[in-house]
Each structure stands twice: as C-alpha cells, then as structure tokens.
Design a protein around this ligand. Structure first.
Ligand code: KIV
Length: 245
C-alpha cells in the first residue's frame, strides 16, 4: 500500500502493481505544509480523495478519517464517512480503537469496510508527546495487542500498525486473522505502507523506516534550474518550440 493524494501520481501508480492506495491525512503535512495532521479537515480529505479516484479508478482506495471527524454523535460520524465514500473511497481508516468500537461495528454492518490504525497514531501526537516508537514496554505492547484484537472483533478488515518494535509487528500479525499493514513495524507484517513522497525522495522526513526508491527532489530541482537557465540564456524556446510566422 502507498499513500496517494493527487490525480497526477494516482494515474502513474494506477499502472503499477501496488495493491491499495491510502489517501492518508498525512497529506496535511506533505501537500499542505502543516506541522501535524491535527489541522486536516473533511473538505481537504474529500478533495484529495476525489482526485485520486479519478486518477486510479481501478485501485482499492482507503480514505483516512481526519482528526475528530469520527467522534461526537453517530450521525455526524456517519455523515463524514459518507462524504469520503461519495468522494471515491472504498473503505475508511480510523485511528485508534478505544471509543470507536461501536462506530466500527455500525459502519461494517452498514457496508463500509473499516481499516484500523494502532501503534503510533499521528492524530494523537499532542497526547503522545511526539512521534515516538510505541509498544516498547511489555505493558504498552499488551495494550496495543488488546486493542488490535478489539479492532478485529469490531469488524476491521485490516490494521495499519505504525512505529512499533519488529517483535510486536510479528506477534500481532500472527495473532490476528486480518492483515496487518506495517509502517516502521518490521518485516514480518502481512503488508507494508509508505508515504509516497517519502519513498520517492520527494519529502525530507527523518524516519529510519523510510527507504527511498527515487531521488525525485534532486531530479525536479535540476529540471527547475535547467529551465530557468535556458530561459535566461534565451536557449528556450528554440525554433522548433515556436510557431513560425
Ligand atoms: O496518513 C497516513 O499517511 C497514514 C500512513 C502513514 C499509514 O496513516
């Protein structure tokens, strides 16, 4: 699974063998320059989900429920889920299980596939005190395991597990029947997800689980400078790139 936020990259990843696209609320940081995902709105999620759905109509698209959009009344949560589904998501991802159990069951019973998200939950950065590896102590690991089992029994079809020790990634993947999609959770999870711009070398983030498969920032920087130099030296446009009189 890769994150995807726009029509352009969606239409490229549409031709790849990647199984699933996540319109993650990380778009708030990657595409809009916010400090965290806490400021992401339903409007932002809708707009980006629509663009991805147009670019990759044959891919399975998961839309992230942004901060607090799934809390409060059931009616409000349902309306927000409906907005993401109408925008083109085939499933929604909800961060955290505690307090969301009955919503998850209600959504699943209503025909909405729900992906859970445990471990490091970026929407809770202000409670966690930063982006830190979770589940390092036995007590924390037991808590995450209990919540993962709860996510499964509430009806989640898959679980994202972010930034936990490899041993917890492995034990959870073995304990659950649903697939565990890891990000910074080691090699033993059933699948992996990365933020597309991280793996393309198009966004500088200091996380040791990121492997870069391209150096897009450098390539783009070179292209911008070459264009600028060609324009300023009057090498662009040439005769073939102009309309004859
Ligand atoms: O918002 C996001 O991109 C995510 C992934 C990092 C899993 O939740």
């Amino acid at each position: 699974m890769l994150t995807c936020y726009d029509y352009w990259t969606a239409s490229i990843v549409a031709e790849s063998s990647v199984d699933c696209l996540l319109v993650g609320d990380s778009l708030g940081m990657v595409m809009h320059g916010h400090d965290s995902t806490v400021t992401v709105t339903m409007e932002m999620m809708e707009l980006h989900t629509q663009a991805v759905a147009r670019g990759a109509p044959a891919k399975f698209i998961v839309g992230d429920m942004p901060f607090l959009s799934n809390r409060g009344s059931l009616d409000r949560s349902l309306e927000n889920v409906h907005r993401l589904m109408r925008a083109g998501a085939h499933a929604v991802k909800i961060e955290g299980v505690r307090g969301n159990e009955s919503l998850i069951s209600h959504l699943v019973d209503s025909g909405v596939p729900v992906m859970g998200h445990l471990g490091l939950m970026p929407q809770s950065v202000n409670t966690l005190g930063g982006y830190k590896v979770q589940g390092k102590s036995q007590e924390q690991a037991d808590l995450i395991t209990a919540q993962a089992l709860q996510a499964q029994s509430s009806g989640c079809f898959a679980l994202v597990l972010e930034c936990v020790p490899t041993s917890l990634g492995q034990s959870l993947s073995e304990a659950l029947d649903i697939p565990v999609i890891g990000i910074g959770a080691g090699v033993h999870t059933d699948g992996q997800v990365l933020v597309m711009q991280d793996m393309l070398g198009a966004f500088s983030r200091n996380a040791n689980f990121v492997r870069t498969y391209a150096t897009l920032n450098e390539t783009l920087q070179q292209a911008f400078d070459s264009f600028d130099q060609d324009v300023k030296s009057e090498h662009y446009p040439n005769a073939d790139e102009s309309y004859p009189s």
